[in-house]
Structure formats: C-alpha cells, structure tokens
Write a protein that binds this ligand. Structure first.
Ligand SMILES: [Zn+2]
Length: 404
C-alpha cells in the first residue's frame, strides 16, 4: 500500500473513532463501540483476537449546585464521585497541617490553595501513588466530612489541559466531591463558618469494558507487544490522546498481516490509561505475571500525530542490538527523531516489569507536556492531527520490526 492509501486509511479510522464515536470513556457504550471496531479490523486482517472483559463503572452527572446566603457559585461534579444533597457548615482548608488540626466531621470542606495544586492519585491506582496523596485521602476518610469542594487552578502536568481540574477523580473514594475554579473558591472563602448547601447529581453505574489483543501466532516467546490505549477522559474526543495511537496499531494490523519474521507480534488495545484504576493495564499485568521476560520489546504509542513538529521514538533500556536498529531506522527516516524519556504512558508498566520499551509520541507534546492545554479537553479533536505523521509512525515501526 502506498503512502497516500495509508493516509486515507488513517483518516477513516480516526473519523470513526473521534468523530462518529467521539468520547470513549471507560464503561460507556461508545467505548465498547470503539473496542468492537478495533477487534473487527484486526479480524479482517487475519489476526487471532482475544477480548478480555473488565468490570468497571460508568459515571454520569446531571450537574451540581452550591449556594451560600442565597448566592450561587459555579461547581462541577468530580468525575467518578458519588452524588450528594447536603447542608452544613463550611470549613476552608489550604494545607495538610491545617487539615490535621481541624475537626471536619459532618462539615462541608473547601480545599483551596496549596493543598489543591496537584490532582490526587486515585486510591487504587497501581502505577503511581505518592505517600502524601494516600495520607491526604486517609485523613479525609477518618475525618468523615459531608462533602468536599475543591478549588483548583491549572495543572497540565497532572491533569492535562483542563481548568479547573477535578482534584479527585476516583471511583473508589466515597466522600462526595465537586470542584470549581480557584477564582470561584476565593468568593466562597467569604462563606467560611456559615451554612452552605451542596447538591451533586452524579451517579456510578456498574458496566463492562474490554481489552482487545490481536496475535499472529500462538508462540509467545520473544514477542513484540505493540500497545495503545483506546479509552479517553470524560469530555474529549481524544484525537491525539489517543485516537492516533489506535489508528497506528490498526494500520499495523494491515501492514504486518503477512509478516513472518522470527518474532511473534501482539497488538494490544488497552482500556483504562485515562481511567482512575487502569483496569485494562492491571488485568494485562495479572495475565502476564512471571512471564514478562517472554517479551522482547514493548512499543507504546500515545500522543502521536500532532500537527506541529515531528514524531519521536523514545528508547528505554533497549539491548544494544535493538538500539542500533532503532538508530538505523531513525537515520534513514528524517521525519522520525529520537525522543527524550517520558513516563506518563503504558510503556511504564512494561518498564516496571523489567521489559525494554520504545514510546512513540509527538516531539511537540513531549516538550510541552507541562504547559499544553489540549489533552483531556474538547480541543483534542481531528483538527490537530497531521495524518502523514500518523502514517510515518506506522511505517517506522514496520521498518524497525523488519530489520530486527
Ligand atoms: Zn494517553
């Protein structure tokens, strides 16, 4: 297939994923449509597929309201939080030490300033969970407040380009919470000590989602595992994060369908990279427990195909022969460059299990990860995709595999 035909294919896949389907939050009907589509494409190219069911929750809200002295302030239900309808004394807290000293039982707590600068790792998130976050959660749970109101600013590094961001995004944390802009939080501070009324019409719904895996052989020793997460955050069509990654793996399904080199290929669509408990990733680690040294290499794609700049391949712990081959491919392909290391992606789970990896993304994203305002927002849509970049990534991976 020539480049033009591949570009059209990439466009088609991305049209389906990000426009016809759109937001693909874990547990939603749209998410299942996306995994069904991916499985169908794999099967159509002759791959043996495996679909693994994951028990998850979907989450919906009909909005949230907050009033104090007849004044209403703008708040949003924290994603995956329980709903509530409560009235109570407002207590404002801006640091851990203040929280430790304050009786918060049956009160409604405003978290603002220093304590609300960074998104709190979900209770059961397996790959990143700082002690101070677990500590904060445990004081709050012991304190037993009625609800939390979190006033947040922008923090691209931990919450993507979202403002305000939900401080808690955690279906395992049962204190109802809402979030608001830091500027609204300043207004709310004036209500400290008074009675406020908070309603959040959110609900958790038990649902199913699926990991999809395609294999070209039953052999598993020395396999190359190529991964992309297929889910999105709530409120985004997820074009660069990670429709392009999915499209690249779908192109590979076709480009590698007749590949019969010495290494088995496994194509994996993960469900849960942008979900509070990473269920698909946890499941995969469980299924491969004690067998990670069967893997030759992980290639993970996330954030690829951005309209500005080139695509980058970042190596992690590669054995010399694979690193040499990667350098050869990059040398022959001026539109692909070597990238700096970054860890906010599914390659991290392979690294944590001692497996070498290559992470593929857009150079622009790696450079601007801390300040970009695109991912996890409606702006991450088809208009920011460079389709040739998407195809170049797929061709670069094929070239690398053929040379190994
Ligand atoms: Zn992502």
């Amino acid at each position: 297939m020539d480049k033009k035909a591949l570009t059209e294919k990439a466009q088609l896949h991305l049209q389906v994923l990000c426009s016809e389907i759109g937001e693909r939050r874990v547990g939603s009907e749209e998410n299942r449509k996306a995994t069904t589509y991916a499985e169908k494409v794999l099967k159509g190219s002759g791959w043996k597929t495996e679909s693994t069911e994951l028990s998850v929750i979907d989450w919906k809200t009909k909005g949230a309201t907050l009033t104090c002295n007849g004044q209403s302030l703008e708040v949003f239900s924290s994603h995956y939080s329980l709903g509530c309808s409560v009235k109570g004394e407002l207590v404002a807290i801006n640091s851990i030490s203040q929280l430790e000293k304050t009786d918060i039982e049956d009160r409604i707590i405003l978290l603002y300033g220093e304590i609300a600068t960074q998104q709190i790792a979900p209770k059961n998130f397996p790959f990143w969970n700082p002690e101070e976050h677990q500590h904060l959660i445990s004081i709050l749970e012991k304190g037993n407040p009625k609800a939390l109101i979190c006033a947040t600013e922008r923090n691209s590094a931990t919450a993507g380009g979202v403002y305000p961001f939900p401080l808690f995004e955690d279906g395992d944390f049962d204190i109802p919470s809402v979030y608001m802009k830091d500027t609204e939080g300043e207004k709310l501070l004036a209500c400290s000590g008074q009675t406020v009324e908070l309603v959040s019409k959110a609900e958790r719904i038990p649902e199913r989602a699926f990991n999809i895996i395609g294999r070209n052989t039953t052999q598993s020793k020395d396999r190359i595992v190529i991964t992309a997460h297929i889910d999105t955050k709530i409120g985004t069509p997820g074009a660069i994060d990670n429709g392009t990654g999915v499209a690249i793996v779908l192109l590979l399904a076709e480009l590698l369908k007749d590949y019969s080199g010495k290494y088995p290929i496994e194509l994996v669509f993960f469900n849960g990279e942008d979900y509070y408990s990473a269920p698909g990733q946890v499941k995969y680690v469980e299924q491969n427990k004690g067998r990670f040294n069967d893997l030759l290499l992980n290639i993970n794609i996330d954030g690829a195909g951005y309209k500005e700049g080139l695509s980058c391949f970042s190596p992690f712990n590669l054995p010399e022969n694979i690193l040499d081959t990667l350098h050869e491919v990059l040398w022959d392909t001026p539109e692909l460059v070597e990238g700096l290391p970054w860890y906010q992606g599914d390659h991290s789970l392979f690294l944590q299990n001692g497996c070498p990896a290559i992470a593929i993304s857009s150079q622009w994203f790696i450079k601007n990860m801390e300040c970009q305002e695109l991912t996890h927002t409606p702006k991450d849509n088809l208009s920011i995709i460079h389709y040739e970049r998407v195809v170049e990534c797929a061709l670069g991976i094929v070239e690398l595999i053929r040379k190994l």
